[in-house]
Design a protein around this ligand. Structure first.
Ligand SMILES: C[S@@+](CC[C@H](N)C(=O)[O-])C[C@H]1O[C@@H](n2cnc3c(N)ncnc32)[C@H](O)[C@@H]1O
Length: 194
């Protein structure tokens, strides 16, 4: 290839690479660079808070009480963690967004439930559900389906799963309630695997 055409081709693919993948195709990201990827880049659901009446109904439907361990997947500003802790349960929120982690920790302190409520900055797709007796979520249909196998495998029989707005495909809920035009689903982990 003549020099001019080679230079043009190199320029073209560099610009195209930057536009499409965010970096030059000639610079392959190393595993160290990928490991340093900000947490927020794993954000797979936007922050939209559940209205307080919906939070209260989710907690009521799951029958949250002292002795329960409640996991809220994608805990936002911490409102579900706070509501569960106010019932005397140990409540853990998993949140990826650093600003929301900070805000929700402050909210937990303001509500005075820091002995029972905590927020972990962790990708929900990596959570081990086995310590939980209740799991709450307001995510998206495909994200619910991604969590479903581990919910069924890791939660003990009798544990409850509550989802605001989105179901779990062909895993039929035990109960469906409507609050303020929103749908809330409840499932109980069966004694035998589905
Ligand atoms: C629709 S909001 C629900 C907030 C809260 N649970 C509620 O019902 O008010 C979803 C939350 O999931 C968080 N999120 C998105 N992707 C996540 C991930 N991979 N790991 C942990 N949290 C994530 C978002 O930052 C957001 O706060």
């Amino acid at each position: 290839m003549p020099h001019f055409r080679r230079s043009f081709a190199a320029f073209f693919w560099t610009v195209a690479g930057i536009l499409v993948v965010g970096h030059s195709p000639f610079v392959v990201p190393t595993s160290a660079a990928l490991a340093q990827e900000p947490f927020d880049s794993k954000k797979i659901v936007p922050f939209v808070p559940s209205p307080q009446e919906v939070v209260d109904k989710m907690i009521e439907l799951a029958g949250v009480k002292k002795g329960d361990v409640v996991f809220d997947m994608g805990s936002g500003d911490g409102r579900i963690v706070i509501a569960a802790a106010k019932k005397g349960a140990k409540a853990v929120g998993f949140e990826i967004d650093g600003d929301l982690v900070k805000e929700s920790r402050e909210n937990i302190h303001k509500a005075g439930v820091q002995d029972l409520g905590e927020i972990r900055q962790q990708d929900i797709l990596t959570v081990d559900f086995s310590p939980a007796s209740v799991v709450t979520m307001y995510l998206l249909p495909d994200v619910n389906l991604k969590l479903r196998p581990n919910l069924l495998k890791q939660l003990r029989p009798g544990s409850r799963v509550v989802s605001h707005s989105f179901d779990m495909g062909d895993w039929k809920p035990d109960k469906i309630e409507k609050v303020d035009g929103r749908t809330i689903y409840l499932w109980t982990i069966p004694a035998k695997p589905l």
